[in-house]
Design a protein around this ligand. Structure first.
Ligand code: ZN
Length: 392
């Protein structure tokens, strides 16, 4: 009986101790739940203090230590988040970016906020750059984006914006293409026509002196070719060559049976706003030995177009020189004449070209050969080219 008594005592003791230990475990479990509730509510600082206090009674409890460390880690993480947010507010973007790197990987909510702040920083740079680019301040816009890259590293969105603004910068700085040069306008007057018109017209604007409107011209001594035919042949060839060079060319006539006075021919050039007016003629002289290429311009004493004299002389000289050079024909001179209606009514540099003497047997034949005509035309084209090249 005594034996049983002892056994009973031992059993009751055991149950008593174990009952006591079980109570303490329950109590700790309860505490842990309280601490976890603080963490769940993101009261990390309170949680840290709570677990710290819990450790005093349970100094070697690994679970409590882990919970305390976790609370501390997230407390510090949230402090960094606040710091980054403040820096961002002060537009200290690089600093904010650096601080955000310290957000804990275990801080789920913090990581989400970090992502938002990172986007705010990127957005701030994109907005600044776009605003500058909008004011055509491209270099500054690019500098902003490059600054971002220096602290944030490669970034797809920023790189794309960088490329876009670079392209806009180039487009802005590239001068618009030069408009093509406006072609020079040349009016060519093939002298004379099938039938002369012997009515009169003023020799120049406001003049009382009257002259025949237009004659039928001279005629080849040997070939019997009328001057108006030769003049048109050369004029058409000259027009085609000049058009090939890019000039705008207008002929006062393209057939022989017309009725155009010399004044009207000059007025056609005026109406066309020609840059130069070229009168194509051939010469005649009672002395058949007289020959050579001549050009005619208005003198500085001309009562109507003295202002055109210098440029007309320059034009006449160039045409004369180039024709003489290409053909090898002798010079007939560069002459000033002030009684020519077709010159006196002109409003632009003007030259009357006497291609040669149809009264001279050799020159008459030569003037009707295609090769010689081509040479004369070549000389005229070169003279005209030089005339325009020298213009400012
Ligand atoms: Zn003539």
């Amino acid at each position: 009986m005594k034996k049983y008594g002892i056994l009973l005592l031992l059993l009751s003791l055991f149950l008593g101790i174990s009952g006591c230990a079980s109570d303490r475990r329950e109590e700790l479990k309860e505490k842990l739940l309280q601490g976890e509730a603080l963490i769940a509510m993101e009261k990390f600082e309170e949680a840290e203090t709570f677990f710290e206090a819990l450790l005093v009674d349970n100094p070697d409890n690994i679970t409590i230590m882990e919970k305390r460390d976790f609370s501390r880690e997230l407390k510090l993480s949230r402090e960094k988040l606040q710091e980054a947010s403040d820096l961002l507010e002060d537009e200290q973007y690089a600093e904010a970016f650096a601080v955000l790197k310290e957000i804990s990987k275990n801080d789920e909510g913090g990581l989400e906020s970090k992502e938002n702040l990172l986007q705010d920083i990127q957005g701030a740079y994109l907005t600044k750059a776009e605003s500058l680019a909008g004011e055509n301040r491209y270099a500054e816009a690019l500098a902003e984006l490059e600054e971002y890259l220096t602290f944030a590293g490669e970034d797809e969105k920023i790189m794309a914006a960088l490329e876009d603004i670079k392209e806009r910068k180039i487009a802005y700085e590239t001068p618009p293409p030069e408009p093509p040069p406006v072609p020079k306008i040349i009016v060519i007057d093939p002298g004379h026509q099938l039938k002369g018109n012997y009515a009169k017209e003023p020799v120049g604007p406001g003049s009382a002196i009257l002259k025949t409107k237009v004659s039928s011209g001279t005629q080849g001594r040997v070939t019997r070719v009328p001057e108006y035919v030769l003049n048109l042949q050369i004029s058409v060839k000259l027009r085609d060559r000049l058009q090939a060079e890019g000039y705008t060319v207008i002929l006062t006539r393209e057939s022989h049976d017309v009725n155009l006075s010399n004044k009207e021919r000059a007025e056609m050039a005026n109406g066309a706003k020609a840059d130069l007016f070229l009168r194509i003629h051939a010469n005649g002289n009672d002395d058949p030995s007289v020959s050579g290429i001549m050009t005619i311009y208005p003198s500085l004493e001309n009562p109507f177009v003295a202002a055109l004299s210098p440029e007309s002389l320059r034009l006449s000289t160039l045409l004369h020189d180039e024709m003489v050079k290409v053909t090898g024909t002798k010079s007939g001179g560069i002459r000033a004449m002030d009684d020519l209606t077709g010159i006196n009514w002109a409003q632009m540099p003007v030259s009357l070209v006497e291609l040669g003497y149809m009264s001279n047997p050799e020159e008459d034949v030569l003037l009707s050969t295609p090769q010689y005509q081509d040479q004369l035309v070549e000389g005229l084209v070169r003279g005209i080219q030089r005339f325009f090249e020298n213009l400012p």
